[in-house]
Design a protein around this ligand. Structure first.
Ligand SMILES: *[C@@H]1O[C@H](CO)[C@@H](O)[C@H](O)[C@H]1NC(C)=O
Ligand SMILES: *[C@@H]1O[C@H](CO)[C@@H](O)[C@H](O)[C@H]1NC(C)=O
Length: 266
């Protein structure tokens, strides 16, 4: 009888110990979370956790729980473009702010005859022109063709495994031209990609006579991402004593560039 009583009591003790461990862990987690939320906002007495400008998507005034009116500023598209240009700009063949720019600058990555493009100096430029005068006509024909394409995001065109490429070799993996729209907290939001199959998944397809796998490869472009940080700036308007500006910072965006067959045997 005594022998039979033992296992349940051991279980009970083990459960109690586990419970204690869990309690102390969740307390740690809570502390961690608290610290991090504190880190994200500026703890300036307006509220312990969430910044009063949190969630603002346009220039607007916000009234704090204490009744103080503050001005929250968010950057415009032009402001963000200037910030990006200060970082070294971005490659317009692979990154675009608007659908119009996608239409103008994103090229079919399966094409091999790309020509250098003379970009309009003004960012909002709506036309692209070939450097050479005698190519102007074909360039504008091309523009018409692009217009007709009427870009939507997602898969644009695919080359299947075993089809002949424009260089007279054979594709080892399924590849698709893909235009991705990034979420609104990133800038710019359109990227031009070439992905494995229609989904970009690595290791989903075998290649090289079953001795390898199709692997997604990428290049990197630094873009901007919205943060939950707000910096206090001198008020541009005497009506407001407290003004905050939403902070956007650089991050490394992967742009999927090709699907490469890699073999397990050299
Ligand atoms: C504002 O933030 C809350 C989270 O605190 C979120 O649930 C809500 O969707 C946000 N609203 C907007 C308009 O972004
Ligand atoms: C908000 O106001 C600031 C300061 O006047 C300005 O620089 C910025 O472009 C404005 N943002 C928008 C989205 O209009």
């Amino acid at each position: 009888m005594k022998m039979l009583m033992k296992p349940p009591s051991i279980l009970a003790i083990t459960a109690l110990l586990l419970w204690i461990v869990c309690i102390s862990q969740s307390a740690d987690e809570e502390e961690w979370l608290h610290d991090n939320i504190q880190g994200l906002s500026e703890n300036d007495g307006f509220g312990p956790v969430v910044h009063p400008c949190f969630n603002t998507t346009k220039n607007q005034t916000v009234t704090t729980p204490e009744g103080q009116k503050i001005l929250c500023l968010v950057p415009s598209e032009d402001d963000l473009v200037k910030d990006l240009e200060a970082l070294g700009g971005f490659n317009r063949r692979y990154t675009a702010v608007t659908k119009e720019q996608v239409d103008m600058y994103f090229e079919d990555p399966f094409k091999t005859d790309s020509k250098p493009i003379e970009w309009e100096s003004k960012f909002t430029g709506k036309r692209r022109r070939s450097i050479h005068e005698n190519e102007e006509r074909s360039a504008s024909d091309e523009t018409l063709e692009r217009k007709k394409r009427s870009v939507s995001v997602g898969v644009q065109k695919c080359e299947k495994k075993a089809t002949r490429t424009s260089e007279n070799f054979y594709q080892l993996c399924d590849e698709c031209w893909y235009i991705t729209q990034l979420p609104p907290n990133k800038f710019p939001r359109y990227i031009n990609e070439k992905i494995c199959g229609t989904t970009g998944a690595s290791l989903m397809d075998i290649c090289a006579g079953n001795t390898g796998f199709c692997i997604q490869k990428e290049i990197i472009q630094d873009l901007l991402i919205q943060t939950n940080q707000y910096e206090k700036i001198p008020s541009p308007d005497p009506q407001y004593s407290v003004v905050y500006k939403q902070v956007w910072k650089p991050f490394s965006q992967k742009i999927r560039s090709c699907c490469q067959c890699q073999s397990f045997t050299p």
